[in-house]
Design a protein around this ligand. Structure first.
Ligand SMILES: Cc1cc2nc3c(=O)[nH]c(=O)nc-3n(C[C@H](O)[C@H](O)[C@H](O)COP(=O)(O)OP(=O)(O)OC[C@H]3O[C@@H](n4cnc5c(N)ncnc54)[C@H](O)[C@@H]3O)c2cc1C
Length: 328
């Protein structure tokens, strides 16, 4: 079996790449995903997202003991299904900061300045609220502010303003600073993951093939060129697929460097310690991870205004029949 492009990982990045690459009917594209299809109900009900942690659609990683946290280990959820972490995340639509993109460009990454990436954000977006220089309409990614307003959010916004933080209606616009009501990738009461937005509309293309439950174990490299992949199929057998043009590694912030190292690309001493033949000494691979910590700050509410008691029969019926109300 041979494809022009092999895209490893059907997450936020891989879904978009598979869609865009298969727009050209002359190119054959394989999108290969370790997780299952995104079928579980909890994936699609926005407020159920916390139930996805440590579930069948989560890699459910734990950090090493962190000395800054009294040697506690931190839970590191990552989506493992079509849509990747966009099928398990909190659905808040928030772009990176202009300064970060500009820094990447200044470091020599041509095409990554904010002015360079903004047209792609706009092309992708179907924003329901904002129509201006920073937002797009008609793209695949549905973005909206939720109609559901809680008194807790109002109080939080007010408290921030009392502390001197400005209210910013659009933190994806000209300025990112300030307190806001989040914009979400939720459409008609359902999670609008990259699987919904980018994979499903492309599935009918004959030049796009999607494998699920297929975990890539190694990138095949010949003469310094990626020529294909080795993966485990659903029966645990190792198989090989060749690529005519490119192998794209979009397996997420943890698994992409892991896969590169399994393929011999990384710090040569670490690779040797693991018995992996060195293809390319690249000491930065798998280093300097920056992540936001995953922990909950819980408070007792004096009134019934939280999501804590959300799962009542009345709320479920209202959600399933009207696709709105408490479940966003
Ligand atoms: C719990 C949680 C909440 C979050 N909330 C938000 C939020 O509200 N807003 C926001 O903007 N961001 C949020 N994020 C972050 C955001 O979801 C990620 O930054 C983004 O999805 C990463 O995209 P990616 O394509 O790099 O990786 P992923 O979307 O994680 O995709 C990687 C894919 O590769 C697959 N894969 C991995 N290894 C292999 C392999 N060897 N072979 C085959 N497939 C493989 C994985 O199963 C996965 O499907 C959250 C993340 C988490 C985990």
């Amino acid at each position: 079996m041979k494809f022009d492009y092999i895209v490893i990982g059907a997450g936020s990045a891989g879904a978009v790449l598979a869609n865009r690459l298969s727009e050209n009917p002359q190119s054959t594209v394989l999108l290969i995903e370790a997780g299952k299809k995104d079928k579980g109900m909890n994936i699609h009900i926005p407020v159920a997202y916390t139930k996805l942690n440590n579930s069948a659609v989560d890699w459910a990683y734990w950090s090493e003991p962190q000395k800054e946290f009294l040697n506690r280990r931190l839970f590191l959820p990552r989506g493992k299904t079509l849509g990747g972490s966009s099928s398990t995340n909190a659905m808040i639509y928030i772009r990176g900061n202009r300064l970060d993109y500009d820094k990447w460009a200044a470091l020599g990454n041509a095409g990554w300045s904010y002015e360079d990436v903004l047209p792609y954000f706009k092309k992708s977006e179907d924003n329901q609220q904002f129509q201006n220089d920073y937002h797009g309409k008609g793209g695949a990614l549905y973005v909206s502010q939720t109609g559901y307003k809680t008194v807790l959010a109002d109080a939080f916004i007010q408290a921030n303003q009392e502390l001197g933080y400005p209210y910013n209606e659009d933190v994806n616009g000209e300025v990112q600073d300030g307190v806001t009501r989040a914009q979400f990738t939720i459409k008609n009461g359902k999670r609008w993951s990259t699987a919904q937005a980018f994979i499903k509309p492309a599935l009918s293309r004959p030049n796009l093939t999607v494998f699920t439950e297929a975990q890539v174990s190694r990138i095949l490299i010949e003469n310094n060129k990626a020529t294909g992949i080795e993966y485990w199929d659903t029966k645990g057998n190792k198989k090989i697929i060749q690529s005519n043009r490119e192998v794209i590694v979009s397996a997420g912030a943890f698994n992409s460097p892991q896969l590169l190292m399994l393929s011999g690309i990384g710090d040569k001493d670490e690779l040797k310690n693991q018995g992996i033949p060195v293809v390319q000494h690249l000491p930065g691979v798998g280093k300097n991870l920056h992540d936001h910590l995953f922990f909950h700050v819980a408070s007792l509410a004096s009134q019934k205004v939280s999501f804590n008691n959300a799962e009542t029969l009345g709320n479920l019926l209202r959600y399933f029949f009207s696709k709105k109300d408490l479940f966003l």
